[in-house]
Design a protein around this ligand. Sequence first.
Ligand code: 5GP
Length: 236
Amino acid sequence: MEKREVIYEGKAKRLYSTDDPNLVIAQFKDDLTAFNGAKKDTEEGKGALNNKVSTALFQMLAQNGVESHFVKMLDDTNMLCKKVDIIMIEVIVRNVATGSLSKNLGIPDGKVLPFTLVEFDYKNDDLGDPKLNDQHCLILELVKNEAELDQLRAMARQVNDILRPYFYAKGLNLVDFKLEFGRDANGKIILADEISPDNCRFWDIATGEKMDKDRFRQGMGGLKVAYEEVLNRILN
Ligand code: 5GP
């Protein structure tokens, strides 16, 4: 598979075209950003850890009937993916209140939600990823119709229903996470982006320790050790 030119560069990944128009290569970067790019750093090896965690999770989800853009891991930092048109909605799934939910609505940090909450954020750095309701999504033409919004919610819940018990069995509480979806060459909506400690919150069930990017957001240190531990629990 020949890696050609950069077609997109995001905060955590670089996308390359290939000699196959339906395939791209996602290169996982060591860059860390938070607060919409206001806080920046790099952590050597972080990209490889996220590539490995995402690979294992996309493979496990595929075995459970969730289709994604994942094709195969090429090497430590490169993943071969189906080319998709990304839907510019960040689908946020929450099992426990924390982060922006606690900040915006005053729900106590750590409160287990009575049911899983699915929210939509606008994937738009210039606007700071604001919250969207269904009507906003339609007015902005981010999806074709309400049925597609229902489809995004259903797919996000399906992913949560698989991942939450999977991580629980590994001693990790899946607090919340962000998913992105895209349309493949046939227009089918499939899971895209990555699933890693960069876009999930994992709390160790035994100790309550944060095992995710909040270590960077909150200046706690120990980010790489935490990401390695998440990967080890997945692989063991
Ligand atoms: P919050 O809205 O509380 O900041 O984030 C909720 C969940 O979605 C967290 O697991 C967080 O990591 C993830 N998330 C929300 N927005 C983004 C984003 O723009 N980038 C990344 N990497 N994760 C996000």
